[in-house]
Design a protein around this ligand. Structure first.
Ligand SMILES: Cc1cc2nc3c(=O)[nH]c(=O)nc-3n(C[C@H](O)[C@H](O)[C@H](O)COP(=O)(O)OP(=O)(O)OC[C@H]3O[C@@H](n4cnc5c(N)ncnc54)[C@H](O)[C@@H]3O)c2cc1C
Length: 451
């Protein structure tokens, strides 16, 4: 599959603008009662808000079932926090409904512009994985529409196997039309947070262990360009929802997102500009520890403050490389990865590090598992970037790790199979009319015979 060139239109692409799909036909799903299109010679794939970085949300030469019109509420119980809504509803809409009523999504990824269907199909995780597990752990059930017209209510007690296959099922088991979610109670929109300077990887693991018992949300920003004694240095961030008695509701107006109107020139993000950005981030933390109370939006969604920030990488787009590896004590394979990065000429913009908790995976293909995960953003510089990721693969897979499909645009079928040992069982749940560029690339489904 070709990678992006300079002239492709952005509609129906993925967030990393990589890879470039063959033409796709969008078909709007206007209601949860609608039927699926009949298309004997074309496969179909549900599409949420396109916030996946690679090709799990692409279906070249096929149909895309657009779920944005599936945006209706079905019911919300403010006493129990149980919400029923259509699958195209975004987390942004849920926050607007729930926060003023004292409820919050039990798990949220680093952007609120994801749909409920997309969050289930990638079984997304957040900064509270060590306490709450993944998004799927808080899904009470959903309706799945199959291409033969069957509608199945899937939950832990009804079609339980299909429930487990669809959570993290990459949109391949059918269309989720609506879902029932359990939200968590909060007292107000504020977060009590603490930022701590970390001077290396050992400090990260010490802080993660120490924080697990008392902090619901933990994550670290690591300077991917640091080397030598500074390897793994950065900022460790932790937070809890503010208690009723200690919240000072913000009087400051939340800043409106700034839009990036056009693709930046390809040279805008390079090793030097990134070093400058990392330095500026470092300056934000004065001293070794900073405690503050802030609104939930900048705590959970700092990147949403710049709309269309993916265009800063230019028309060639970028790759996100997110892996999980077992911890293996303080000498984690993460150290080898960071060393490899610091010795390479590639630029790494964001490097986000987090220890997952011990909760068993919710879905057959869920990515989170006990261990440590690192997410790296690389501007696409062609072969040199791909070669660096191959080097990183060696370290990840020789240590029993896996790559995250939601972020991936280039893993091999062998690496997919090694990272997701339940693949054979999962395949028995794939809807034969459903497919994606990702599924074909990693051979999650057998190639279709041309008719
Ligand atoms: C800034 C940013 C930060 C992020 N942070 C995190 C993070 O912290 N943790 C994390 O886990 N992820 C993170 N992500 C990734 C993102 O959460 C996932 O890719 C998510 O699945 C995107 O949802 P979407 O609605 O955009 O779905 P899409 O990207 O459009 O689709 C994702 C998958 O869901 C399937 N799908 C969509 N709707 C349905 C449906 N109704 N029925 C069946 N299948 C469906 C699609 O077929 C596809 O396979 C981040 C992404 C961005 C851009």
């Amino acid at each position: 599959m070709p990678f992006a060139d300079a002239k492709q239109d952005d509609t129906l692409r993925s967030w990393g603008l990589q890879p470039l799909p063959a033409p796709q036909t969008p078909v709007s799903i206007r209601s949860r009662h609608a039927t699926l299109p009949r298309s004997p010679d074309k496969t179909m794939l549900p599409r949420g808000l396109g916030r996946s970085y690679g090709d799990v949300c692409l279906n070249g030469d096929g149909l895309l079932l657009m779920t944005d019109p599936l945006d209706r509420w079905i019911s919300f119980d403010p006493l129990t926090g149980i919400l029923q809504c259509e699958a195209g509803v975004s987390l942004d809409a849920i926050l607007k409904l729930a926060v003023p009523r004292g409820w919050f999504p039990s798990v949220t990824p680093g952007t609120r512009f994801v749909s409920v269907g997309g969050a289930i199909a990638n079984d997304v995780h957040g900064k509270n994985h060590h306490r709450a597990g993944t998004f799927g752990a808080h899904v009470r059930g959903f309706e799945l529409l199959r291409s033969d017209g069957a509608r199945q209510w899937c939950s832990r007690t009804s079609h339980a196997d299909r429930f487990r296959a669809t959570i993290g099922g990459l949109g391949l088991t059918g269309l989720i039309t609506w879902a029932e979610l359990q939200l968590q109670p909060i007292h107000n929109p504020m977060m009590d947070t603490e930022d701590l300077r970390m001077d290396g990887l050992s400090a990260f693991f010490d802080l993660a262990d120490e924080s697990d018992a008392h902090w619901d949300y933990t994550v670290a920003w690591v300077d991917g360009l640091a080397s030598g004694e500074k390897l793994g240095s950065g900022i460790f961030m932790r937070g809890n929802h503010a208690r009723p008695d200690d919240a000072t509701p913000t009087t400051k107006k939340l800043r409106k997102p700034v839009e990036v109107p056009l693709h930046a020139p390809d040279f805008a993000l390079n090793r030097h500009s990134i070093r400058l950005l990392n330095f500026m981030q470092d300056l934000k933390l004065r001293g070794d520890r900073q405690q503050k109370q802030i609104h939930f939006a900048p705590f959970f969604y700092p990147l949403d403050g710049v709309g269309g920030w993916n265009k800063l990488y230019g028309r060639r787009g970028f790759f996100q490389y997110q892996f999980v590896v077992p911890r293996s004590g303080q000498q984690s394979p993460v150290r080898d990865i960071l060393r490899t990065l610091s010795e390479s000429d590639e630029s790494v913009f964001l490097a986000v590090l987090k220890c997952f908790g011990d909760a068993p995976p919710e879905g057959l293909l869920s990515f989170p598992r006990p261990g440590v995960t690192l997410a790296l953003d690389f501007p696409n510089r062609g072969d040199s970037t791909l070669n660096l990721m191959k080097e990183l693969d060696e370290i990840v897979f020789s240590n029993g790790g896996a790559l995250y499909p939601a972020k991936d645009a280039r893993m091999s079928p062998d690496h997919f199979r090694r990272g997701f040992p339940a693949l054979d069982l999962f395949q028995t749940h794939i809807d034969p009319a459903f497919s994606s560029d990702f599924a074909r690339r990693v051979e999650a489904i057998p190639p279709r015979n041309p008719s």
